[in-house]
Ligand binder design. Sequence first.
Ligand SMILES: Nc1nc2c(ncn2[C@@H]2O[C@H](COP(=O)(O)OP(=O)(O)OP(=O)(O)O)[C@@H](O)[C@H]2O)c(=O)[nH]1
Ligand SMILES: [Mg+2]
Length: 477
Amino acid sequence: MFEGLTQRFNGVFNRIRGRGRITEENVREAMREVRTALLEADVHVQVVKKFTDDVMTKALGAKVIETLHPDQVLIKIVHDELVALMGPVDSRIPYVTPGPTVVLMAGLQGSGKTTTCGKLAKYMMARGKRPLLVAADLKRPAAIEQLEVIGGQVGCPVYVERDHQNPVKVCRNGVLHARKTDRDVVVLDTAGRLAIDEELMAEVAQIANTTNPHQIYLVIDAMTGQDAVNTAKHFNERLELDGLILTKFDSDTRGGAALSAKTITGKPIKFIGIGEKLDALEEFHADRIAGRILGMGDVVTLVEKAQQQYDAAEAAKLQKKMATGLNLEDFLVQLRKMKSMGPMKDLMKMVPGMATEMGNLDVDDRELGRFEAIIQSMTPKERAHPEIIEASRRRRIARGSGTDVKDVSGLIKSFTQVRDMMKVMSKMSLMDRMKSMGQFAKLAAGGIMPRFKGGSTVKKRQISSKEKRKNRKRKSR
Ligand SMILES: Nc1nc2c(ncn2[C@@H]2O[C@H](COP(=O)(O)OP(=O)(O)OP(=O)(O)O)[C@@H](O)[C@H]2O)c(=O)[nH]1
Ligand SMILES: [Mg+2]
C-alpha cells in the first residue's frame, strides 16, 4: 500500500541525516519533498498543506536534546503528525443494551459493502455477539443470494424477503425479527449506487430514518483514492456517519484515501478490509498505519525515551518551584510557553490524567491572550504576591487590561487555588499525584477558564446518541 510514500520519506530523512541540526532551511527543503511525496500518493491538497505546515512548526519549535540527531527528531515529528492526521479513532463498536444494536452499511456500488457485512458479522461473533444480517439490497438481482452465501460461510443467519421491492420494509422487519430470535446486533446491507445518485441516497436516508441505526458506516474503496473521500463527504452530509470502512487496503493503491479521509470528512476510519476472504478485516489504528508508512518504529521509540528523560529533568525543576509556591510571574512564563507551543487542547492531552478529563473540552486559545493581558497589567510586586491585590488594585488592573474586575478576581482566586493545590501535590507520592491530576484538570477547566470568560470558554462537545439520532432524522428529511 504505502511503498511509494515509505521510499520518499526515507529519502527525506537520509538527506537530513548528517546535518548538524534542524534549521529552518533544511526543514523547508525536507517539507518540499514531503509535499511532493504526499501529493503523488494522492493525498488531498488541503491535507498536504496542513500536514507540512504542522510538521514545519513542530520541527522548528522542537526541543534541543543533545543525544538526538536531527533526522531522528524529524522522524518522530512526522510520525506523530501522521497519527494525528488519521486519529483519534476508537474502532470499538458501541453496542447498546438492551439490543439489538442496529448497524447500517452504506456505500457506492462494488465498494465492498456485502463482503464487509460478512466480515463484520464474523468479527462480532468472535467477540461473543449474535448478529443478524439483513439483505436490504433489492436493486441487484443476485444481491440477496450473495449475502446468504456469505452468511452461510461465517455461520450467521440472514434475514430476507423476496416478495417485494421495498428495502425500508425489509430493514424494519429485520430488526423485529432480530428481537424475536434473540439476535443482539443487526447489520443492514443496503444497495450500492454508481455515483451519488439522489434516488438511492433518498432510499438509504429513509432506511436510516425508519430503523434509527445506532451506527452508520460508510464503506469506501481505497483504490478510488480521493474519490472515495469525496464520496464520504457527500454521504456524511446526508447521513451523519459514525465511521468509515476502507476496503481493498491490500491493493497497491497509493494510500491517499487513508491519509485524507479523517481531515476531509471529520469521520474516522474504523476498519480496513485487507483481502477478499471473510477474516480479512482489521481494526484501524492510526499509530500502526503511521508505523507501517515510515517503517521506523525503533527510531520513534528511541526519541520517545530521550524526550521522556528530558521531560523528567524539566519536571524536576518545575517540581522544586511548585513546592516553594508558584507566583503569577512563573505563571506568565508558562503561559507564553504554552502559546508558542500550539493549541491548548493538544497541550492538555500531554499532561498525565488530563486527557480523559479534558477529552470533551475545548479551550479557546484566544482566552490565554486575555489572561496574559491581566497579568501584564500587574506590577512585579503584585505578580510575586497576588494576595496584596485588593479592590482598588483590581480596578486598576481591570482598566489596564480592558477586562472586568470580576475577571481579575476570578483569575486571582483560581490561581491561588491551583498554586495551593500544586504545593500539596508536590509533597505527594507519584501515584497520589496522578490521581489528583484529574481533580486539578477539573479545577483548571472549571475554575480559571470559564470564570475568566464568563463560562463560555469551555464547551461541552459531545452530544448524546439520542440527539445524534434526532439530528440524523432532521438531515434525512
Ligand atoms: N482485495 C479485496 N477485495 C475486496 C475487499 N472487500 C471487498 N472486496 C471485493 O470487492 C468486490 C465487491 O464487493 P461487494 O461486497 O460485492 O461490494 P458491494 O459494495 O456490496 O457491491 P454492490 O452490492 O454491487 O453495491 C468483491 O469482488 C469483493 O471480493 C478487500 O478488502 N480487499
Ligand atoms: Mg452488495
